[in-house]
Design a protein around this ligand. Sequence first.
Ligand SMILES: Nc1ncnc2c1ncn2[C@@H]1O[C@H](COP(=O)(O)OP(=O)(O)OP(=O)(O)O)[C@@H](O)[C@H]1O
Ligand SMILES: [Mg+2]
Length: 277
Amino acid sequence: MAEKIQQIQENPDKEKAQLKQRLSRIRHTIMVMSGKGGVGKSTVTANLAASLSLEGYRVGILDGDIHGPNIPKILGVEGQQLLGSGDGEINPIEAAENLKVVSVGSILENPDQPIIWRGPMKHSIMRHFLKDVNWGDLDFLVVDLPPGTGDEPLSIAQIIKEAHAGSSPFAIVVTTPQDVALLDSRKSVKFSRVLELQLLGIIENMSGMACRIAENPSTCSRRAGASSLHRNSRFPSSGPSPSIPPLSRTPTTGSRSYSGTMIRQRRLHSGISSKRF
Ligand SMILES: Nc1ncnc2c1ncn2[C@@H]1O[C@H](COP(=O)(O)OP(=O)(O)OP(=O)(O)O)[C@@H](O)[C@H]1O
Ligand SMILES: [Mg+2]
């Protein structure tokens, strides 16, 4: 890894051309962000990506959460290692048909090993994951990000803009109904504006509780907290997304079940589709 990063620093022009070439095969990048931790970014990323892949789109997930890479676990591919293709490229993990995944979690030999990196190292690994991964042709690259407006979202946005001659990635902000989550989410909305990201919408996750018996979600938390955020930011909302069982494997078949939260993400997805990419 350190050798690869050194090579990048030694051949900046070649590296830029390679990055541009690679990203020219990715139609749309969607960054999933939030100001607060634990609000469901990784869950939304996994469900949105799975939903899109089930509709036949070619989808990649870049797990941009270097310190807490949860995507392999959520998709049930933890323990699978990323492998090189021999010519310096990395082959992504095929989590399902039309669904490729790359994560720092799939490089670590010990999942409990912490990554202790400063900003420049994080920027380099993001570039590496965008440039040297054999993504092939993708309709969507969905990027799961850590909370906040720090190095990772900044790096992804800058790299994509640089390679796509200024065209911006899309962004989705995830929040929960609590005041503190909303407070921090406003920062993500403003961050999107400052970086001129195309904000697709705001998801109010874990709002209410889906019940297998009752038709409507019960209100166990303050609802519609994000609606003021939507009103003030003028961006669409997916509507409240209640607490429901997350992704799981179907035990009998071993195949992955993407029901549950995906149903809600589909609603957001239809909003995304109607934007005519
Ligand atoms: N709609 C939902 N219903 C039930 N559980 C959910 C829902 N959304 C997320 N969760 C659960 O909440 C926890 C946090 O979700 P997740 O890891 O996706 O959040 P995150 O924003 O990515 O966190 P971090 O900031 O640490 O990366 C997980 O255990 C996840 O399974
Ligand atoms: Mg996460």
